[in-house]
Design a binder for this molecule. Structure first.
Ligand code: AHG
Ligand code: MN
Ligand code: MN
Ligand code: MN
Length: 335
């Protein structure tokens, strides 16, 4: 039973029977994520005061200029998730390959893999705009007692056992699902405790916000251009409002509360768009669907896609169900 002001720790214990596998395991996993998120939150809050903004001087496997906070967040989450006897492997946006975790007895007995975007929206750090973290959890498919393999990570999103995000915004929130709805917890920074502030989050069926990088408009498929024009037309509840932060977590968090659609379509410059299926789209799709919204690539439900590589990119359209239905109609008419 969800109660406002329940702490995240209390909530996990009281609801752990909902988890289809061993209850204590999920508690340990979410506990390590919330712990790492506190450390990252602390660092994000100091950005501007200490030497943690700007480029780390490396290009990551995505071809992006890695920021110092990308590196800090990546190291913090990996360190915290290791040595807790629960995770057998981690794949991260910031690492070329997945990491194998042997466990304390070197026996490969841990059962879960975590895929993570340690810092989402990292181009926003230097200008004091919200950033986030996204995580996705699967049960391994290879036998316990053997080293984790690539196929443990390349599972379709519909097999996720948990997913969540942290938004480091005006306040810091952790939002997650284990397949039984979505709950949001706000960090009280003075106490270092997360409290249930958004129980049973519901994506409004309709909305009037559209979020897309319109600077790429000229490169979008005709159907997406037509849908954007539709959003801008004066009729009924339109024109819609345009809102785009440039941090997926914050854009979708806002739309989930207010009602709206987020799009990162394919373009003539990037046939698969930009967003990463495993670290960004699948976990956000799981959360969005659990809250009653929809997430597609234009042709297919995101969570039904069979991943083929770790850093795979996919076009992404997600948000209020009725808005995604309409965008899908436009796209399919002129893909
Ligand atoms: P990341 O910072 O983890 O690399 O992700 C950036 C992503 C996502 O957060 C955001 O919505 C999108 O890139 C913004 O891309 P554009 O600047 O191309 O709009
Ligand atoms: Mn990045
Ligand atoms: Mn990201
Ligand atoms: Mn990132």
């Amino acid at each position: 039973m969800a109660r406002i002001n329940q702490t995240l720790g209390e909530f996990i214990i009281e609801n752990q029977s909902e988890f289809q596998y061993s209850s204590g395991e999920l508690s340990r996993l979410i506990n390590s994520i919330r712990l790492a998120a506190k450390a990252v939150n602390h660092e994000v809050n100091k950005a501007g005061l200490v030497d943690i903004t700007g480029s780390a001087g490396e290009i990551n496997t995505q071809g992006e200029d890695q920021q110092k906070l990308d590196v800090f967040a990546n190291d913090t989450f990996i360190r915290t998730l290791t040595n807790r006897e629960i995770v057998c492997g981690i794949a991260s946006e910031e690492n070329d390959d997945f990491i194998t975790i042997q466990g304390s007895n070197n026996d490969h007995k841990n059962k879960y893999v975590v895929l993570i975007d340690p810092l989402d929206g990292s181009s926003n750090i230097d200008v004091n705009v919200s950033v986030g973290t996204i995580f996705s959890v699967y049960r391994r498919v290879t036998p316990v007692g053997t080293p984790v393999q690539l196929k443990d990570f390349l599972q379709p999103g519909n097999l996720q056992v948990a997913a969540g995000y942290i938004v480091y915004g005006t306040s810091t929130m952790l939002v997650y699902t284990t397949g039984h709805g979505v709950n949001g917890f706000t960090l009280n920074p003075a106490l270092g405790t997360y409290y249930l502030s958004h129980p049973n989050m519901q994506f409004p069926e309709d909305g009037n916000i559209y979020s897309v990088n319109e600077g790429n408009y000229i490169h979008f498929p005709k159907g997406i251009k037509n849908y954007i024009k539709y959003c801008q037309e004066e009729e009924g509840d339109r024109p819609y409002t345009s809102r785009y932060i440039g941090s997926l977590v914050s854009d979708i968090h806002r739309n989930m509360i207010k009602g709206g659609i987020y799009m990162y379509p394919k373009s003539s410059k990037a046939n698969n768009g930009k967003l990463r299926l495993l670290y960004e789209c699948n976990p956000m799709a799981f959360i969005v669907e659990q809250a009653g919204g929809r997430a597609i690539n234009g042709d297919t439900r995101i969570m039904d896609l069979q991943p083929t590589e770790l850093h795979q990119r996919v076009p992404f359209i997600c948000g209020s169900k009725n808005m995604v239905d309409t965008a899908e109609e436009f796209y399919r008419a002129d893909p």
